[in-house]
Write a protein that binds this ligand. Structure first.
Ligand code: AMP
Ligand code: MG
Length: 393
């Protein structure tokens, strides 16, 4: 059996990036940029007014101008302003030739009869209220680094330089297989001996949350032939195969045998951890295979600790193996030495509070849990005040 850190290292060593694809900006939110992006233009691409006001030539040292023309945002005409003249101008409009400064309209007095404007205060200097060409970025400037996760603001930035498409890493297609004769779907009735399939809806949500959209749910009974066929088919069609249940040592746990029959190369089986000890990870022809023990807490914990980082790496993300935070443990916690514990917890300021009901079949704590806390393998008790690694759920 290997340690949690050994499992992480093996998975990290076997990680590869997925394919890239050029998509419309509107389809790129939360994806990772697959190339450095340079601006194709100067932004702004022309000097323009930052205020509603009057464009003048500041150096003339005049305090009185004749308003010659009106320039709206979007007006592409070429105006020329002579000495003693001003242009009425609005925010975003092009600064006309012969001027270099905009006086905000609040600072201007106007003679309605002569049409002249007056400026008497001393609140501006040459270039005031003018956004210069190229002041955001120049053509050829690096504006976004490969590996960045695309936010709404980044979509705005890319649009501002005129880009309609962006090259991103694509998410893998994922098949998940729920195994177990005891499972019934939520919304149907139960006979004693049966339980509801909670792992299916949970896995679906876990995958969607990390940006996987092509999800192929499958169900297999605890019959070897049926399971084998579903595994073989999923391995042909999808990039990633996740299984729930059937990976332990019971008489009806056929997942490991079927994966071996399908030619999956084992990376590891069993990790010194709770929950989720009998987890299996493997690869076949560049595809990931994760078999997670059937208890729902094991599925959630193993997904968060191992599946998510591998899929995130495939999708171009950096630092996928790092904890989300290091916080202070709120209360003492006893554990079995020799196993790393991942316990359901709730973040409260700088503290992580471990919740009651940590058994791997018990889902009630998920109603309040918002993270998993990692308690180190060798410890028998982790005392309040210890800094612990925290993984957001
Ligand atoms: P297994 O790993 O197949 O031995 O399953 C371990 C425990 O998890 C058993 O109590 C199963 O009934 C339960 N279990 C397996 N699959 C699911 C599922 N999809 N939803 C809820 N519980 C499950
Ligand atoms: Mg089972």
């Amino acid at each position: 059996m290997i340690s949690v850190n050994e499992a992480r290292k093996i998975l990290s060593d076997n990680s590869t990036r997925g394919k890239t694809q050029t998509v419309p900006l509107g389809h790129s939110l939360d994806a990772v940029v697959a190339e450095d992006i340079y601006s194709p233009i100067d932004v702004p691409s022309f000097d323009n007014s930052a205020m509603d006001g009057y464009a003048i030539k500041f150096g003339e040292k005049l305090q009185r101008w004749k308003v010659k023309t009106v320039i709206q945002a979007g007006d592409t005409s070429a105006y020329k302003i002579e000495r003693g003249e001003a242009a009425r101008i609005f925010t975003g409009a092009k600064i006309p030739e012969g001027t270099d400064t905009v006086i905000p309209q609040e600072l201007i007095a106007k003679n309605e009869a002569s049409g002249e404007i007056y400026y008497q205060e001393d609140k501006i200097s040459t270039g005031s209220n003018v956004r210069l060409k190229g002041s955001q970025c120049k053509r050829g400037d690096l504006i976004l680094k490969k590996g960045t996760v695309i936010s709404p603001g980044i979509i705005g930035l890319l649009a501002s330089v005129g880009l309609a498409e962006v090259k991103i890493y694509t998410a893998p297609t994922v098949a998940y297989v729920i195994t177990g004769d005891e499972l019934k779907e939520p919304g149907t009735s139960l006979t004693p001996g049966e339980i509801y399939n909670s792992n299916g809806p949970m896995l679906e949500a876990l995958l969607k949350k990390i940006g996987v959209t092509d999800i192929f749910p499958k169900k297999a009974s605890d019959k070897k032939e049926e399971l084998q066929q579903i595994i073989n088919q999923a391995l042909e069609q999808q990039d990633v195969l996740i299984l729930s249940g059937g990976i332990s040592v019971g008489d009806y746990d056929f997942v490991k045998e079927c994966l071996e029959n399908a030619g999956v190369q084992e990376l590891f089986y069993k990790i010194k951890q709770r929950p989720g000890k009998p987890m299996f990870a493997g690869k076949k022809a560049g595809k990931w295979i994760f078999a997670l023990p059937g208890n729902p807490s094991s599925v959630l914990s193993c997904f968060s600790q191992y599946v998510k980082p591998c899929l995130y790496y495939f999708m171009g993300k950096e630092n996928v193996w790092e904890a989300d935070a290091e916080l202070t443990l709120a209360q003492d916690h006893k554990k079995k030495p020799g196993l790393t514990f991942f316990v359901k917890a709730r973040i409260n300021g700088d503290e992580a509070e471990v919740l009651s009901g940590q058994q791997s079949f018990n889902l009630q704590a998920f109603s309040t849990a918002n993270c998993l806390v990692e308690l180190e393998e060798d410890k028998e008790e982790v005392t309040a005040g210890t800094r612990v690694k925290v993984y957001n759920l």
